[in-house]
Design a protein around this ligand. Structure first.
Ligand code: SF4
Ligand code: SF4
Length: 346
């Protein structure tokens, strides 16, 4: 069994661990048996700067030798991988919305180029004069918001916006996939992440319905389950995961989880100050139903919009209570049988 069964209560300088299936877990790796665990590592995916280039999907496939999976468009958007699965460990969701863009920043240095000023110049260049082949521009209507062709829509004009978000295994604090695995194929690493050992997985598939996010998936060809390993092999030699390394906008950030949480809180504050009041964090709180995620997100809308459950709960949370009820029922049955035997007329 795993860290899901333990939690630090720490008294008198000696760490004490007691049973716990959900709630905050201060040190997942230590609870899993790593005495000198390094800091817990994770992902902070800032979707406000994702440009949907899919470099993360490609890098993940290349590094981990994940087979191709069809690349079919949904007919609803430019999303051609459609969701996480055995052969898609990173999935970039594309959501189209007719909504204000707010003050999103591209996340890349534009070298001082003023897009608003450039847009303001549009249509205001004087006619090149005699010999010109193009007609002079029509004067704008008096009430036209001249020069506001921009991604930020400073005049409050509603435009179509893209929400793009690179989804991945959440490496939950309380990982139900790992709790239910009967062979020990899933394990907690020293970095606090959750990894499948393909040579131990027997393909029973118990972990698939146990995952509250619908992440882990069986490969049809061999029945075994596959998912993001947070590039365990790269972490072991001090490298960052392939997706984070390849992301050109730093939408995917990798590092010690505590540090990432601080960075994410600062980023949300900045976005709020810039008027992007919909910005919120998802999966970062140790008080949520899975004890917080090792991979959390900055979203610009409700989690459901991105296909994420609004209030995920570790599916093994109620196991202790269920066992208690089952034990009470068994003891009652035994007591009844004994009583009926004792009272039997001789
Ligand atoms: S998201 Fe699902 S597959 Fe990933 S660690 Fe959590 S329970 Fe396991
Ligand atoms: S997360 Fe980064 S690499 Fe992935 S699609 Fe977005 S911008 Fe591209």
């Amino acid at each position: 069994m795993t860290e899901a069964g333990t939690a630090a209560t720490g008294t008198g300088g000696t760490a004490r661990w007691e049973n716990q299936w959900y709630g905050p877990q201060p040190n997942v790796a230590q609870a899993a048996g790593y005495a000198d665990a390094p800091p817990r590592m994770g992902f902070f995916t800032d979707t406000s700067v994702c440009i949907g280039c899919k470099a993360c999907e490609v890098a993940c496939k290349e590094w981990n030798s994940v087979p191709e999976d069809g690349l079919e468009l949904t007919g609803m958007s430019y999303d051609n991988t459609q969701g996480l699965g055995a052969d898609t460990w990173r999935h970039v969701a594309f959501i189209e919305q007719r909504k204000l863009l707010g003050g999103q920043e591209p996340g890349v240095d534009d070298g001082g180029f003023d897009a608003f000023e450039a847009a303001r110049q549009l249509g205001s260049t004087p006619s090149p004069g005699p010999g010109a082949t193009a007609p002079p521009p029509e004067p704008s209507p008096a009430d036209a918001p001249a020069g506001t062709i921009s991604p930020v829509s400073p005049d409050g004009r509603t435009e179509l916006r893209w929400l793009m978000s690179s989804d991945v295994c959440k490496h939950c604090t309380h990982a139900a996939c790992l709790d239910v695995c009967p062979t020990g194929a899933l394990f907690r690493t020293e970095f606090g992440t959750v990894v499948v050992q393909q040579d131990v997985c027997n393909g029973c598939g118990y972990c698939v319905p146990a995952c509250p996010y619908g992440v882990i998936d069986q490969r049809k060809e061999d029945g075994r389950v596959w998912k993001c390993t947070l590039c365990y092999d790269r972490l072991g030699v001090g490298m960052e995961p392939a997706c984070a390394k390849s992301c050109p906008t730093d939408s995917i950030q990798f590092g010690p989880l505590d540090e990432l949480r601080e960075r994410a809180a600062a980023r949300v504050a900045r976005l709020h100050a810039a008027g992007v009041t919909d910005a919120r964090l998802y999966g970062e709180s140790p008080d949520d139903g899975v004890g917080g995620d090792g991979a959390f997100f900055l979203l610009l809308d409700e989690p459901e919009v991105y296909g994420l459950p609004p209030d995920p709960v570790v599916t093994t949370r109620d196991l202790p209570a269920m066992w208690k009820h089952a034990a009470t029922a068994a003891v009652s049955l035994v007591a009844l049988s004994v009583a009926s035997f004792v009272r039997r007329p001789r």
